[in-house]
Ligand binder design. Structure first.
Ligand code: PLP
Length: 362
């Protein structure tokens, strides 16, 4: 089996998640039913909601279960007329607001706060209540962490609603949403070892969101459709297994691997090494080789990593994230190594050696 180092794309399902889902074996689980089986289903959903809410520092009724990060981002964006976002967001934000004002990032990949302040100051008074600022907590391609506290402070000062795509942040740093000052936040279960097709949108109790879908009154009227109980229950089980200390320990393995690579191949550059990054992510600029080729070489050597953003077709496109950092020349040459709960120190050493081995021939 190859070594899997593509956790930012998706994490392997955790055993505990699979085991917890087996509880549903044979259970007809529609929580809207008033009979015994319906009540059992409702109990399981409430239990998962409580566990997830607890880990985010919010009340359970503030969470809306969705089909994942994409739907959560789309839903909050659809509730506003004007969106201000950054050039390095995931397509689940950028494609959902084609008319958005796009803010630049600095050469370190972090949101340009002066540009945000200027945009917010220039907003006409009547548009402010219908405007949303959406800035991701951490970037999926580089792991670079944005100064969200400063973003929130500016939004509060200008009285603008603030959302964060926290899909990559969950499980890698502690989250306290009530203390954060945010109004909305998006999450996805499959990035933390839960099932695909389930996520959550957190909505501050002082805010109101209308449903994207028309239908039943599930999720307090905010998300129509029979609840995905397998997904929700699995999401709850995955959240219970989050271990931020273990995740932080990974950063020293990552740093050692990066040091080894840069020593063996001095022209390889670590993207974002000067700013706060997720502990599990390493984005490497390989000037002499296209990222697509490097990913294939590593695949042959037994390591599954990725490059830029994979399209749904499976093809690779140059990274809009790296390009937005003013590094157009590097956009097709950056590979991403991302680790998670099954990763061992030897996996990092192995991938570092494999990179040095093939790169020295270029
Ligand atoms: N936002 C970010 C930052 C992501 O990395 C992803 C997934 O790659 C998404 C949103 C989309 O989440 P989902 O796959 O649950 O729709």
């Amino acid at each position: 089996m190859p070594i899997y180092l593509d956790y930012n794309a998706t994490a392997p399902l955790r055993h505990e998640v699979v085991e917890s889902v087996l509880l549903l074996d044979g259970l007809p689980a529609n929580p809207s039913s008033v009979h015994y089986f319906g009540r059992q289903a409702r109990f399981l959903i409430d239990e998962a909601r409580l566990a997830i809410a607890h880990s985010l520092g919010v009340s359970p009724h503030e969470l809306i279960f969705t089909s994942g990060g994409t739907e959560s981002n789309n839903m909050v964006i659809a509730n506003f007329d004007q969106v201000i976002t950054s050039a390095v967001e995931h397509d689940a934000v950028l494609a959902a607001c084609p008319g958005a004002m796009i803010l630049p990032v600095n050469k370190e990949g972090q949101i340009c706060l002066e540009a945000l302040d200027r945009r917010l100051s220039a907003l006409p008074e009547d548009i402010r209540p219908r405007t949303l600022v959406s800035i991701m907590a951490a970037n999926n391609e580089t792991g670079i962490i944005h100064p969200l506290g400063d973003v929130v402070r500016l939004c509060k000062h200008h009285q603008i609603a603030c959302h964060s795509d926290m899909v990559q942040f969950l499980g890698k740093s502690p989250i306290d949403l009530h203390a954060s000052g945010l109004d909305f936040a998006s999450f996805s279960a499959h990035k933390i070892g839960g099932p695909s097709g389930i996520g959550a949108l957190w909505c501050h109790p002082g805010r109101h969101l209308t449903s994207l879908l028309s239908g039943g009154g599930q999720e307090r009227g905010r998300r129509a459709g029979t609840e995905n109980i397998i997904g929700i229950h699995g999401f709850g089980a995955a959240v219970k297994r989050l271990d931020i200390d273990a995740m932080n320990a990974i950063s020293s393995w990552r740093d050692n691997a990066e040091a080894l690579i840069c020593e063996g191949c001095p022209d390889i550059e670590v993207i974002g090494s000067d700013v706060a990054r997720l502990a599990n992510t390493s984005a490497l600029y390989l000037p002499k080789i296209e990222a697509q080729t490097a990913v294939m070489k590593l695949d042959l050597a037994g390591f599954a990593v990725s490059a830029g953003a994979a399209c749904s077709s499976g093809k690779l496109k140059p990274s809009h994230v790296i390009a937005a950092m003013g590094r157009g020349e590097a956009a097709a040459h950056v590979i991403r190594i991302s680790a998670g709960w099954k990763t061992e120190e030897s996996d990092f050493l192995g991938v570092a050696r494999a990179i040095i081995e093939f790169y020295k021939h270029y």
